[in-house]
Design a protein around this ligand. Structure first.
Ligand SMILES: Nc1ncnc2c1ncn2[C@@H]1O[C@H](COP(=O)(O)OP(=O)(O)OP(=O)(O)O)[C@@H](O)[C@H]1O
Length: 378
């Protein structure tokens, strides 16, 4: 339905979008995910036609919208867009807010009234036509913005951080609402967020960006379980990272020794950069480690429980290894854990990954540099 090929957008010296190519298929939610300033919003604005690309091509339903040879203006693109700020007019009623795109298109009043009624029902605000913008809650404003984007039945809906002004509970609720609405209407959605939970839970496909470039395109499970780079691994979800020395490199798996002398095995990521004797990172998702009492005979890394956090349906334990590394793990509530207790941390090899400490481009990155990249500083 939508195709971007080698799209570029430069603002002076800043390449906000750099050689970006991806496809959005009909009926899917594709999410642009990445830290602040990585070029997500600019990509969306290029698709909408609010910016003109400085290179590459954008096609929509087989028609070229933006290339060196031509440019189709936003109102001729039949796309709906919802921005981060609610962007509804507070001095107007709900009905007037929603009617706006249809009035622009000079539709008859009868048709407009029927369309308003229909979209209000879709977003769960039946009968609220006459409510003034000033008398709406944040969630209701967001729904009105969504209703306004849906009212002229666009084939493609563009959402730019549409839930960022809502509180956590409402945000979760809206995620499910938008996904269910998308299914019911068969909408195609291009969604922008910096929130990895939102991206994982809502998308069919995720495009992860950093400094204007695409780093990985994958479905949520693949991106979470098989990140192609440390940046992806660390940006999407939480990861426990234990550094050690490579003591064995096989075909698929490698073995790492920690300062305590304990060793674990894991799946190799980027084989070409792993050599025995080099430093390596062992990475695992916090919910994948198994915690055993120290007298259980289990094999793994010994650690001490420093802090126990009761979260309701699970515990988070802050553990500390004998060489002083601290990390959080997620465990069930079947058993009580006590601060000061000694435990064995088992890292199941199928969920454990071994990475070299160099980045994919061959440069060694410190953890501070990596953190900065995730926050969008680099
Ligand atoms: N109109 C503009 N003029 C100059 N630079 C711009 C303009 N718009 C965006 N940029 C720059 O382009 C880069 C990408 O910005 P963009 O807004 O697309 O990022 P983003 O990933 O959407 O970030 P955020 O989540 O913070 O909105 C940034 O470095 C930004 O400063």
């Amino acid at each position: 339905m939508l195709r971007l090929r080698n799209v570029e957008k430069a603002f002076g010296d800043v390449r906000a979008v750099n050689d970006v190519s991806f496809d959005v298929h009909e009926g899917e939610i594709l999410t642009l995910l990445g830290p602040s300033g990585c070029g997500k919003s600019t990509t969306l604005r290029l698709v909408m036609g609010l910016e003109r690309a400085t290179g590459g091509q954008i096609e929509y339903q087989g028609k070229v919208l933006d290339s060196d040879d031509g440019f189709v203006p936003p109102h001729k693109r039949s796309m709906g867009m919802v921005f981060q700020s609610y962007a509804i007019w507070p001095h107007m009623t709900v009905a007037k807010n929603i009617a706006y795109p249809l009035k622009l298109r000079k539709r008859p009043k009868k048709e407009i009234d029927a369309a308003i009624e229909r979209v209000l029902a879709l977003v769960g605000m039946e009968g609220m036509q006459d409510r003034p913008g000033t008398k709406l809650s944040g969630g209701q404003m967001q729904r009105v913005a969504l209703a306004r984007a849906l009212v002229y039945e666009p084939k493609l809906l563009l959402l730019d951080e549409p839930f960022s002004n809502l509180d956590a509970q409402l945000r979760e609720h809206m995620r499910a609402e938008v996904k269910s609405l998308q299914r019911r209407l068969g909408l195609t959605v291009l969604f922008v967020t910096h929130d990895q939970t939102e991206a994982l839970s809502m998308s069919n496909s995720i495009v992860l960006m950093r400094t204007g470039r695409i780093i990985q395109v994958a479905d949520p499970k693949t991106m979470y379980n098989e990140p192609t780079e440390q940046f992806v691994r660390d940006f999407v979800g939480h990861t426990i990272i234990l550094a050690g020395e490579l003591v064995g490199v096989g075909e698929q798996t490698a073995r790492v020794r920690f300062p305590s002398g304990d060793e674990v095995s894991g799946q190799i990521r980027h084989r070409e950069t792993l050599e025995v004797g080099n430093r390596a990172e062992v990475a695992i998702r916090p919910e994948k480690v198994q915690i055993h009492p120290c007298d259980s005979g289990a094999s793994g890394v010994p650690a001490e429980v420093e802090v126990v956090l009761f979260i309701g349906n699970h515990y988070e334990l802050q553990l500390k290894t004998s060489w002083g590394l601290e990390f959080l793990v997620v465990v069930g509530v079947e058993r009580e854990w006590h601060e000061g207790e000694r435990v064995i941390v088992e890292l199941p090899p199928e969920w454990t990954q071994v990475w070299s400490v160099t980045d994919i481009d061959g440069t060694e990155q410190s953890s501070a540099q990596r953190q900065a990249a995730m926050e969008g500083v680099v």
